[in-house]
Design a protein around this ligand. Structure first.
Ligand code: ZN
Length: 242
């Protein structure tokens, strides 16, 4: 996207204001996926989460290319399974802007080979001025929702897939930093093929001691089997051998 037109209000549109024209901020890419280089309008469908102080919001949105902001959204983005639907993280203060930029850099760097298989595709990070100051928006593929139950209560193949995804992350040199149910999503209930890890706000570059080591997921490990703090903790929490 060459630029992102972001609505001035992130509240979803209600039925009685559907006829009122939307007004947009213009955000420019700090990091962007190479294709397509067109301006894009974001139409917010719902808010997923918000921090207590409102400095970071997560919203679902539909993207629409073109210039006419009053047409119904019919995005031409080719996003498998969820045509044009994206999840956006919106930063409203300096610290969150910095964290989103770091997250965007990870997507563009170490996570690039895992986009679309282990982590969502990233469509870029955009920054611009709003009425309340600078805002930053990180745009990623909408890969669904977290499972309803805690990981240890999920089916065995789902637990294995979640841990395999985390191992992939470590093998490309990234520690997730927040491996929790809320950061593991799928498009269907416990659908293993669509499972993705997301939210790399706390992720760090990491030299994993398990990088070249096969991990036996069929039995409870000892520390010597998985000598990496995050992987060992994740295995002990999820217990894929049960
Ligand atoms: Zn590791």
């Amino acid at each position: 996207m060459s630029r992102l037109y972001w609505p001035q209000s992130t509240s979803p549109r209600r039925t009685w204001d559907a006829d009122a024209p939307l007004t947009f901020h213009t955000l420019l890419p700090i990091s962007s996926a190479p294709e397509p280089q067109k301006p894009c309008f974001a139409y917010i469908t719902n808010k997923i989460a918000e921090t207590e102080f409102g400095d970071l919001e997560v919203v679902r949105a539909t993207l629409q290319f073109g210039l006419d902001c009053y047409e119904e959204p019919t995005s031409q983005l080719s996003v498998s399974g969820t045509k044009g639907k994206v999840v956006c993280k919106v930063a409203h203060d300096e610290l969150m802007l910095h964290e989103l930029k770091e997250e965007a850099n990870l997507y563009a760097g170490l996570l690039a080979p895992l986009q679309g298989t282990v982590v969502p595709k990233c469509y870029g990070y955009f920054v611009g001025h709003s009425r309340d100051g600078v805002i930053g928006v990180l745009v990623t593929e909408d890969c669904g929702s977290p499972p309803w139950s805690e990981l240890k209560g999920c089916p065995k193949d789902f637990k294995l897939a979640a841990l395999e995804a985390l191992v992939h992350l470590h093998r490309v040199g990234v520690k997730h930093g927040d491996f929790m149910r809320r950061n593991i999503v799928t498009r269907g209930k416990h659908d293993v093929k669509s499972l993705r890890l997301l939210n790399f706000q706390h992720a760090r570059e990491h030299k994993c001691r398990c990088a070249a080591k096969p991990i036996d997921m069929t039995k409870a490990p000892s520390w010597g089997d998985i000598p990496c703090g995050e992987l060992y903790e994740a295995f002990m929490k999820v217990k894929p051998w049960l």
